[in-house]
Design a protein around this ligand. Structure first.
Ligand code: C2O
Ligand code: CU
Ligand code: CU
Length: 430
């Protein structure tokens, strides 16, 4: 932090070697290291400034997924960092405390850059997250968990061959950059901040003994109250914060087969991996754990956006690498919301493939799903939502603070192959 109160961060993207599989060396990419990147942490109201150096063999970008940020610093496909170049974005953090993340977004190559290892978490704190009585000692009972799937060749290299229709689908789970991850838990309860950082794989997460846990936050921050669950679903790009009582008995966080095939027909469900099961993280219970507080009955207040006050309504049909029948064009602006207005967007996946829907700059609220209110797990702030075939989602979004006639924000399917293939569009906030 400098005299003016700005927090400075330095990131450098580069290539290296990582031990993902025990005893083997894999060529990977990372920020400030050979794989993944440091967890960045800043407070609401704080100004942040970055120097980002590109020491990769290719041009890239760094996008702040979930962050309310000026469009010229969004890190989408227009903010290319050429080889050997430096990019210096900065803004004032102004949104609720949340688990966000950062990753490359170069047009057409996002999947490969993320798959090779470029991704990190960006935690936002505020008075509400400070005050709430949840586990919050980072690395002790507040644990970041980046879940990815990868495939390896016989000699341990990342296998980038044979993508499926939803991109590279791995047969090996890599948790925080390693396989076979475990955590020794020294407290009664642990909070897991989980990111699905995979290209296309979706996860239906639960514990091996089906123990109950509580969902406390979704993409954009705390829910109004903890939601008791035995499963939580994450499509690529989504986050969930859960609190689980370990209480002296070991358990495993596991990806379970989707009970409903994620809304896909059986053949696609098998091809796209939603019937697969993987161990993600073993939780080893310590003896004489430190007491954890009882879960609070309420967490945060979420002011509901008023769909009746919408300044515009728009609709989006997701199909066959396109949105509304068009592929991404860097030179086409699809529409322009007005700053300080609310809009209602209707999103439908009219394919039989899985897709999800992500919007830059804003956190949205799901108004309804096929006309019914969202389940509690989807009732908080979201920036990415899984859209199963045929289902209609209505989203309320409010654009605030930043307008820019030059630089657009993106909206897209976050299955990274689909994004790279053009299932993306651009809007200006004016
Ligand atoms: Cu996490 Cu436009 O992406
Ligand atoms: Cu994003
Ligand atoms: Cu898609």
């Amino acid at each position: 932090t400098d005299a003016a109160g700005t927090r400075h961060f330095a990131l450098s993207a580069g290539a290296g070697n990582s031990e993902i599989l025990a005893g083997k060396s894999t060529a990977t990419w990372g920020f400030n290291g050979s794989m993944l990147g440091p967890t960045i942490r800043a407070r609401r109201g704080e100004s942040v400034a970055f120097t980002i150096d590109n020491d990769l063999p290719e041009a890239t970008t760094v996008h702040w997924h979930g962050m309310h940020v000026p469009a010229r610093f969004d890190g989408g496909p227009h903010q290319t960092i050429e080889l050997g170049a430096r990019w210096e974005p900065g803004w004032t953090v102004n949104q609720p405390g949340a688990t966000l993340w950062y990753h490359p977004h170069p047009h057409g190559s996002t999947e490969k850059h993320v798959y090779r290892g470029l991704a990190g978490l960006f935690l936002v704190d505020d008075e509400v997250t400070d005050a709430v009585d949840l586990p919050k000692t980072y690395g002790v009972d507040d644990i970041p968990l980046i879940i990815q799937d990868k495939r390896f060749t016989a000699d341990g290299a990342l296998d980038e061959s044979d993508p499926t229709d939803i991109g590279l689908l791995g047969d090996t789970i890599v948790t925080n950059g390693i396989t076979g991850a475990h955590l020794s838990v020294s407290t009664e309860k642990v909070r897991l901040r989980i990111l699905n950082g995979s290209s296309g794989r979706m996860y239906n997460l639960g514990f091996s003994d089906d123990r109950e846990f509580h969902l406390v936050a979704s993409d954009g921050g705390l829910l109004t109250a903890p939601v008791p669950l035995t499963r939580v679903r994450l499509s690529p790009g989504e986050r969930a914060e859960i609190v689980v009582a370990v209480n002296g008995s070991n358990t495993l966080l596991r990806a379970m087969p989707y009970e409903d095939n994620a809304g896909l027909d059986r053949g696609d469900a098998a091809a796209f991996g939603v019937q697969d099961s993987f161990d993600i993280l073993e939780l080893r219970a310590g003896k004489n754990p430190t007491a954890s507080a009882a879960l609070p009955a309420s967490l945060a207040t979420i002011a509901r956006l008023d769909p009746a006050a919408a300044a515009a309504e728009r609709s989006f049909e997701l199909q066959w690498f396109m949105i509304n029948g068009a592929q991404m064009d860097m030179n086409r602006i699809d529409f322009s919301p007005t700053v300080d207005t609310t809009e209602v967007w209707t999103v439908r996946n009219v394919d039989d493939w899985p897709h999800n829907f992500h919007v830059h700059d804003v956190q949205f609220q799901i108004i309804d799903i096929d006309g019914s209110p969202p389940p509690p797990a989807l009732a908080g702030w979201k920036d990415t939502v899984y859209t199963p075939p045929g289902v209609r989602f209505r989203l309320a979004l409010r654009f605030t603070e930043y307008s820019d006639p030059t630089y657009p924000y993106m909206y897209h399917c976050h299955l990274l192959l689909h994004e790279d293939q053009g299932m993306m569009g651009q809007f200006l906030v004016l």
